[in-house]
Design a protein around this ligand. Structure first.
Ligand code: SF4
Ligand code: SF4
Ligand code: SF4
Ligand code: FES
Length: 959
């Protein structure tokens, strides 16, 4: 019988070599007498594995190009001389392969004998015992004896490298198979490892005399994953032993949404192994998802509900019932006194779709108003607005895999190697294959120095001038006749195109005219526009450097205009791709977290959807939008907003103008914080409801590709309740009847009320692995690429995007522009990553400034620098860096004590109120002591932890 194998079949097995390029051609061959057919270009090793025949192997792995160094995979092929390596031999029509003959058995035993003669014989005490490919292969080839003895020259006393906090390199166990080196190059794209020396002296090296920690290594774990021995090994396995069972779940850090196998021993998480069949990550990971999970069991975790009457009083432990009733009574009393609209809720982009859905449902039912918002307000709300206006859907258009078809990749205001690292590795692979990169960013980002990635074209614009730049790019496209006229004629609204064409053709948008505004040389803008417009496939990826501006929404629409004008929408390799920040920021927006939209972006003023929700929920829903987060703050300070329920978001640290936020939070009569830790916001709280980590719950996250991934519970909730249960109980305590036994039922309700989720079920998610919405009758398995034939609004809509300079300008008092961003090892407010060994890489926020600006102010590397804006001042340590352009300074905001958001102002996007984090006019000077705010913060921090009567294990204080 002939077996035909699908090369893309879902499997978690290692098939030895990667699938060949997609082809229609099939090759028939026989392996050990089995007739099989596989796609042309498949290796004999992979063909055998697909047929269930395991050929021994050591240097091969199906995520790495075949290398052919170990010779263990030798086979006999009828009519061919010698014993070819099956990993480097492609199948051929009519080939007859024998994988088990005396000759290959002898060769394999000889190979293994040589390896084992220079390998410690400590299998029983080795941490990899039971999970070691070398051990397995010794068994598979039937090795019983080592004729050379173990006394010869060997590497058994080579010293271990324990510099990395998460894994150990033990060279005594290395068989120099190069899998780690190739994983670092091919999978991660960092090129940190080499094989030094030749022959017997060959060793793996992380750089000239560097240990792992001092090398280029970014601790992604790809080499550890690739190593077939215990040479590179997770410290958690060394210390705790091999895991016993595993559960597939989704990373809770960034919007890439990597799938992992959580490998467990009882209820203890031993390691997170990137899942090969993860549709967003294909078995790769970054340091956060792979290693930074220790926060989940950190001693700082809140495990008991707490209540207090006033924020200066000590916290009182309470039962769940007491705490929830206390919270409900206070909210009801506030509403009785100040009115129904005096309270609101904030959903979390860290929590699941089901949990975000329940919080907005609680606000709209139990609170009886639309005062619900989410942290997407401060990151990607302009994406939602801008893409809805132009393309008709508030989401990115592509899959991550689509980038492998892109020829020109434009990255605007994003830093993927730090903020979306696994996607960055894929992007780098495409750059190594020859795609052209264009980066529009004030800083020289690391992506531009991709090893073997070619030269990137940098458009180093001044912060705040995005719209002038995108208009200049579009002007070149139009004035040089580079538009895709057919696409425009067929797919776009003609009237709006004509209006936009007239607008953008104006000479005021010419690169030569905008050069003095943007700071980008006109010839660079022209070159970038030509490259993008002339590309077979041009793709735009953008991040918070686009949205967090006073014209964030305008810029998103400007990007969509450019993509429409060049026909770069609706197929593989193109598109408009927002790189969403947090794990479930797409999902929290989809779930109706905004005050103007019900789940599925259905406006509250639309009668039909509102009626459907009213019928399902048994309440009347206000047809007017409620308060956004900044409106809530203003109303709190004015005295008309008095109660707030915050699920998993640290608004006191993450929102701009910290002192304003603190005043608002301090004005509340009831602040309910549901979180893992006593965060900055919780210091102003009256009720603390201990939340559950992603390891402790079931549900779904939706990543930046609209991909709905399952989150699966791997351990019991530390405080006894999953977040959705807490919200449900609070709703019931408030008098609104809510009852679900499992998040699957919540998803069923979401699907029944949200057209784009109509076909989503847990069963389908389990079957397909993931689903990219919309998932409905027309697209029962989801829609990977959007807008292929039509837009949800019919025609693509061009929007006139006038550039309006921000009011936040450099002047004599504040001559520098501050822009903020993230770093690889920390995540957002750092609540999780600061409670892991990721602190080894970034234990404080630094102020990066150009040598010219530093010299002018007499600032040296490591000096304490006072940073002042019109909103406030703080003190940070200086890092002198040519990544900055003169006049622009940069910092991250991962550590509360840095007070980065004390500096940022409350300027915001005109359409969505997304804060203008990326442009703050500042001055800096050398100082000797912390700022007044930092001193107050230190005192408040100590006091609030004292009121909790639990000493904090990781106290964030200035050195
Ligand atoms: S460290 Fe592991 S993967 Fe790297 S060469 Fe040695 S045995 Fe192979
Ligand atoms: S951990 Fe990642 S970056 Fe570091 S050496 Fe291994 S593969 Fe390279
Ligand atoms: S890239 Fe993002 S989703 Fe993937 S492991 Fe890293 S933090 Fe998690
Ligand atoms: S697995 Fe084929 S040569 Fe090593």
């Amino acid at each position: 019988m002939l077996h035909i194998f699908d090369p893309n079949a879902r499997t978690d097995r290692d098939l030895g070599t990667p699938p060949p390029p997609v082809t229609e051609k099939t090759v028939r061959l026989s392996i050990d007498g089995n007739a099989i057919a596989v796609p042309e270009g498949t290796s004999v090793l992979r063909a055998a594995a697909l047929a269930g025949i395991q050929i021994p192997k050591l240097c091969a792995s199906d995520n790495l190009d075949a290398f052919g160094s170990c010779r263990l995979c030798a086979v006999e092929i009828e009519g061919r001389r010698g014993l070819p390596a099956s990993c480097t031999t492609p199948v051929a029509e009519g080939m007859s392969v024998n994988t088990q003959t005396d000759r290959v058995a002898k060769l394999r035993r000889n190979v293994m004998e040589l390896y084992i003669s220079d390998h410690p014989l400590d299998c029983l005490t080795c941490p990899a015992n039971g999970d070691c490919e070398l051990q397995d292969m010794a068994g598979a080839v039937g090795l019983r004896d080592v004729r050379y003895g173990y006394e010869g020259e060997n590497h058994l006393v080579a010293e271990k490298d324990t510099s990395n906090p998460y894994f150990t390199f033990d060279p005594s166990k290395c068989i120099v198979c190069s899998r780690c080196v190739r994983a670092c190059e091919e999978v991660q794209g960092t090129f940190a490892l080499t094989i030094d020396g030749r022959g017997f002296d060959s060793t793996v090296s992380a750089g000239q005399d560097d240990d792992f920690m001092d090398s280029e290594c970014v601790s992604c774990g790809a080499c550890v994953q690739a190593c077939p021995t215990a040479t590179l090994m997770e410290n958690s396995v060394i210390e705790q032993g091999q895991p016993e069972h595993s559960v597939v779940t989704t990373c809770a850090y960034c919007g890439v949404g990597c799938s992992f196998k959580a490998e467990m021993k009882g209820n203890e998480l031993i390691r997170m192994v990137p899942f090969k069949d993860g549709h967003a990550n294909h078995g790769h990971s970054c340091v956060k998802g792979r290693f930074a999970f220790g926060y989940a069991t950190h001693p700082d975790r809140l495990t008991t509900p707490m209540i207090r009457n006033h924020i200066d009083e000590p916290w009182q432990e309470a039962s769940w019932d007491e705490a929830l009733q206390f919270a409900a009574d206070r909210i009801k009393a506030i509403q009785a006194k100040y009115g129904q609209d005096s309270v609101g809720g904030i959903t979390s982009s860290r929590c699941t779709n089901e949990e975000a859905y329940l919080v907005q449902k609680l606000v709209r039912t139990a609170f009886g108003n639309n005062n619900t918002d989410t942290c997407a307000r401060v990151c990607h709300s302009p994406t939602g607005y801008g893409l809805k206006q132009t393309l008709g859907e508030s989401a990115g258009t592509q899959t991550f895999d689509s980038v492998m078809q892109s020829d020109v990749i434009v990255v605007i205001g994003a830093n993927p190697t730090d903020a979306h690292p696994v996607f960055a590795s894929q992007l780098r692979r495409r750059l190594r294959q020859g795609a052209q990169l264009i980066v529009a960013d004030p800083r020289h980002i690391d992506l531009m120095t991709t090893p073997h990635g070619g030269d990137a074209l940098h458009l180093p614009l001044r912060p705040g001038t995005n719209v002038a730049l995108i208009n200049a790019l579009a002007h070149v496209v139009v004035s040089e006749g580079l538009e895709d006229r057919l696409f425009i004629a067929e797919r776009c609204d003609p009237g709006e195109y004509a209006a936009w064409h007239a607008f953008i053709s104006d000479e005021r948008h010419a690169p030569e005219a905008t050069e003095s505004t943007t700071g980008v040389p006109a010839e660079s803008v022209r070159a970038a526009a030509r490259q993008y417009a002339n590309a077979r496939n041009g793709a735009i990826y953008y991040g918070l450097g686009v949205t967090e501006h006073s014209q964030g929404s305008t810029m998103v629409m400007g990007i969509a205009n450019l993509a429409l004008a060049t026909g770069n929408i609706g197929r593989e390799g193109v598109g408009v791709n927002p790189l969403r920040g947090q794990n479930n920021v797409q999902g929290s927006c989809d779930m109706g977290s905004f005050p103007h939209e019900l789940p599925g972006y259905q406006h509250v003023s639309q009668d039909a959807p509102r009626k459907a929700f009213e019928d399902a929920w048994g309440v009347t829903i206000d047809n007017e939008p409620g308060l956004r987060i900044p409106n809530m703050f203003d109303a709190a300070i004015d005295g008309s907003f008095k109660g707030l329920y915050v699920q998993g978001e640290d608004i006191a640290q993450s929102d701009p103008n910290t002192q304003h936020v603190e005043r608002a939070l301090g004005s509340l009569e009831c602040l309910i914080v549901q979180d893992l830790f006593l965060n900055e916001t919780a210091k102003f709280a009256h009720v603390l409801l201990p939340g559950s980590s992603f390891l402790e719950k079931d549900g779904t996250f939706t990543n930046a590709e609209r991909r709905i991934n399952r989150v699966r519970k791997v351990m019991p909730a530390l405080a006894g309740k999953e977040d959705w249960q807490i919200t449900q109980d609070l709703a019931n305590a408030l008098g609104y009847d809510m009852h679900y036994d499992h998040p699957e039922q919540i998803m069923a309700e979401i699907a029944s009320l949200t057209p784009s989720f109509k076909g989503v079920t847990y069963q389908k998610l389990d079957e397909l692995g993931s689903i990219q919405w919309p998932c409905n009758d027309e697209y029962p398995n989801g829609m990977p690429i959007m807008h292929e034939q039509t837009f949800p609004i019919g025609k693509g809509r061009f929007v006139v995007t006038d550039y309006v300079a921000t009011t936040e300008r450099a002047n004599r008092k504040f001559p520098l522009l501050l822009t903020t961003g993230r770093i690889l090892s920390q995540y957002n407010v750092g609540a999780q990553t600061r409670r892991t060994d990721n602190q080894s890489w970034h234990n404080q926020d630094w102020l990066e400034l150009h040598p010219h600006d530093a010299e002018e102010r007499g600032i040296n590397e490591g000096d304490w620098v006072g940073l002042t804006s019109r909103a406030g001042d703080t003190v940070l340590q200086a890092k002198i860096s040519t990544r900055m352009q003169p006049g622009v300074v940069y910092t991250t905001f991962h550590h509360p004590v840095s007070g980065a958001n004390v500096i940022t102002t409350d300027n915001s996007d005109w359409a969505t109120n997304c804060p203008e984090y990326k442009v703050t006019a500042v001055q800096c000077e050398k100082v000797a002591q912390p700022s007044a705010w930092q001193e107050r913060h230190r005192v408040q921090h100590k006091k609030q932890w004292g009121l909790l009567k639990t000493p904090e294990a990781t106290e964030p204080v200035m050195k």
